[in-house]
Design a protein around this ligand. Structure first.
Ligand code: ADP
Length: 467
């Protein structure tokens, strides 16, 4: 059976309350019966002893015609709600409070009225006989009658019943008050949960901009609300990334494919001669496509350590020179000088392909974001037990607001300055994770319109056998 949180809480609270009230009334009833009855029984015995002593002293003065203040005794027993009857050894009636005490309690209420009143209090009329003796010699019997289950007087029974009533009443009142408090508390809990649920439902249907504005001071619910908010922000960011990736990639792929298609169609139609230069251009477009696919493959390995490294030993300078050499024709197109300086002669233990990709990505960026007739400067050196490679250009630079984000996946400074370069914002994030997978780090320093410097630092202990 499905129940909502309010119903569930009310059921449990009422159950707990009910059990505790039953327990309280049982315990308090028991205590009242136990203590109060003991007190009253003691009182009763004292009174019986008092009556007994009056009678016995009268008998000790005159055992045949005992004389005592019958009117006084009558008043006393009537006041205490007793019936007293005294008989001598021959069972002759000497005294009865009922008959002899005309002004007593029995008379005032009428003994029948007294009985009725006690009966209302659910009590029985009880008579107890006590042997009367002087010096171990039996002189007669005294019968004391009273109403009540535990030798209680009517006042005591009334008091006890009032006590029970007050416990019952206070239980009912506290149950009613608790019910309202519980109802309020459960509403306080249920409302924000309902709000959070409705926000989560809206998020699941795609409303990612919705704000989880929950009004509560319950810490866990505030946390839950923030978590839902974070979830929606993450989903929103991922959604934006996904859309951007699809649009960027399709744009990236469309341009070289169109160029190749147009060129080949022109060859077929005889508009263009398939000259060496034109074939070379198409070849470059195909290389661009291949690189893009390679980058896409790498996206799934973006987390550090996710790469499978195929480490080999190679000469650092030789490899950097080779990379530079292959890029010189491209740089030449924009008349950019690619300079390499090194004071290092080092065999490194790295994944050669990944090292190439690191350098290639940074050099291509240097090329893309440099003006014509500029310089891209590569330096490698050893500093503080680290291999440090810097790639510096004197191009457009990176605005300070973008600098902290350029290594983020798919981050691309979205201004007209960079739109023309048609980047996808994948390169640097891949570069960073490739560097980190070799135990290194990458930093960027840049000044707008002055240029950028990318610094890669590999601790020698991670990349060299000599250390
Ligand atoms: P993209 O394919 O867009 O170049 P990257 O991840 O390589 O992607 O670079 C992310 C962003 O960082 C670029 O869009 C660009 O704004 C900025 N950037 C990277 N390298 C440079 C550089 N050398 N000079 C200026 N801006 C750069």
């Amino acid at each position: 059976m499905k129940v909502n949180i309010t119903q569930k809480l009310i059921i449990y609270f009422v159950l707990i309350l009910f059990i505790s009230l039953i327990l309280t009334s049982f315990i308090s009833n028991y205590m009242i019966d136990e203590k109060f009855d003991t007190y009253l029984k003691n009182e009763h015995h004292k009174k019986v002893e008092k009556i007994e002593s009056i009678i016995q002293s009268a008998f000790s003065q005159n055992s045949l015609y005992p004389d005592f203040d019958k009117e006084g005794l009558g008043k006393y027993v009537a006041l205490e709600g007793y019936f007293v009857e005294i008989k001598d050894i021959n069972n002759h009636l000497i005294y009865t409070s009922n008959r002899m005490n005309s002004k007593g309690f029995g008379h005032m209420m009428g003994f029948g009225g007294m009985k009725k009143n006690f009966r209302n209090l659910q009590s029985n009329y009880v008579e107890e006989s006590y042997p009367l003796s002087i010096n171990n010699k039996s002189i007669g019997t005294m019968t004391i009658g009273y109403f009540g289950p535990s030798n209680l007087s009517m006042e005591a029974l009334v008091f006890k019943k009032a006590l029970y009533h007050s416990i019952l009443l206070s239980s009912i009142i506290s149950m009613a008050i608790s019910f309202f408090i519980i109802f309020g508390v459960s509403k306080q809990l249920a409302l924000p949960i309902k709000e959070i649920t409705s926000v989560a439902k809206k998020i699941s249907t795609g409303s990612l901009s919705i704000k989880s504005d929950v009004h509560t001071n319950i810490e866990e619910l505030i946390d839950l609300s923030y978590s839902i908010q974070d979830l929606s922000a993450t989903l929103k960011a991922q959604d934006a990334l996904r859309k951007r990736l699809i649009s960027d990639i399709s744009h990236e792929i469309r341009t070289p494919i169109n160029n190749i298609q147009n060129t080949i169609e022109a060859f077929i139609d005889g508009i263009y001669e398939p000259t060496h230069d034109r074939l070379n251009e198409s070849h470059e477009e195909i290389i661009r496509l291949t690189n893009l696919v390679k980058n896409l493959e790498n996206v799934i390995h973006l987390d550090k350590g996710n790469y499978v490294l195929n480490k080999t030993y190679f000469d650092l300078n030789d490899e950097i020179k080779k990379i530079i050499h292959t890029l010189i024709p491209q740089f030449h197109k924009k008349h950019i000088k690619l300079i390499y300086e090194s004071s290092v002669h080092l065999e490194v233990n790295m994944d050669k392909d990944k090292f190439k990709q690191i350098l290639y990505n940074l050099l291509i960026n240097g090329y893309k974001y440099s003006k014509e007739n500029s310089i891209v400067h590569v330096i490698s050196k050893i500093k503080e037990n680290c291999l440090v490679i810097t790639i510096e250009d004197f191009g457009i630079g990176i605005p300070p607001k973008d600098l902290p984000h350029i290594f983020e996946y798919l981050y691309r400074e979205d201004t007209s300055r960079t739109k023309s370069t048609g980047g996808s914002g994948i390169g640097l994030s891949i570069t960073k994770s490739l560097v980190e997978s070799h135990g290194g780090k990458i930093e960027a320093f840049s000044e707008i319109n002055k240029g950028s410097l990318f610094k890669i630092t590999f601790p020698l202990k991670n990349i060299s056998k000599n250390m």
